[in-house]
Design a binder for this molecule. Structure first.
Ligand SMILES: Cc1cc2nc3c(=O)[nH]c(=O)nc-3n(C[C@H](O)[C@H](O)[C@H](O)COP(=O)(O)O)c2cc1C
Length: 195
């Protein structure tokens, strides 16, 4: 596997923004079952080893899980404040659930769970996201900590396999914008375009 040409630009942005924890937050847009857009903030969790796929985590009970099963396309929008640059990355989404039969994906799901903080793991033991809140069940939000080695069944690894990357740099006179796209032979092309 060769690194896609946009990987060095992302690596550089991550490095130059490393003091800002929120530089690892980005917005993921998906398509609702009724065709309308849906968008939310999620945390970038690195790249799946030996691939160009971005890793995220989510809950199989969340609305995005259903949206992705229905329409496995997404776009992330990622702004790096310190270097003032934006990456818009679209491509196919893969939801890796507890019953995934591909051994490499199943093991990536487990290792991602093991790398989480206790607080992050605990959230997967909370009541069903998006359902009405039961104020009498406050204790449900202080559940026992889940097993560090065995992911809860609703824990999902979420992968984005990029097809197009639009990189805009506001710094510079004039601004710079580079468009990367992957053709049918899976080869990447790089073009400078007007900002
Ligand atoms: C800073 C921040 C980070 C978040 N990180 C994640 C995340 O990594 N995964 C996730 O599923 N939701 C994350 N959320 C919550 C989502 O934005 C969203 O509220 C939740 O996933 C439900 O979205 P859905 O109903 O579209 O599925 C985060 C929210 C914020 C504000």
């Amino acid at each position: 596997m060769s690194l896609a040409p946009w990987r060095s630009a992302i690596a550089q942005a991550l490095h130059q923004n490393r003091t800002l924890p929120y530089a690892r937050y980005l917005q993921l847009a998906t398509v609702r079952v009724n065709g309308l857009p849906a968008n939310r903030t999620i945390v970038f969790r690195g790249f799946l080893p030996e691939t160009n796929q971005l890793k995220f985590i989510t809950d199989s009970r969340s609305e995005k899980a259903e949206q992705i099963q229905h329409q496995p396309w997404g776009e992330v929008c990622w702004y790096f404040p310190k270097t003032r640059e934006q990456f818009r990355i679209n491509g196919g989404l893969t939801l890796v659930e507890s019953d995934d039969s591909q051994p490499d994906l199943a093991s990536a799901r487990i290792s991602t769970w093991q790398e989480l903080s206790d607080a992050a793991r605990l959230q997967f033991n909370w009541p069903h996201p998006g359902k009405p809140r039961n104020k009498n069940e406050q204790a449900a939000f202080s559940p026992p900590p889940p097993d560090r080695d065995r992911p809860l069944v609703n824990f999902c690894l979420l992968l984005l396999e990029p097809l197009q990357v639009d990189h805009l740099e506001l710094r510079g006179e004039p601004q710079n914008r580079i468009f990367y796209y992957r053709d049918d032979q899976k080869a990447w092309s790089v073009t400078e375009i007007n900002p």
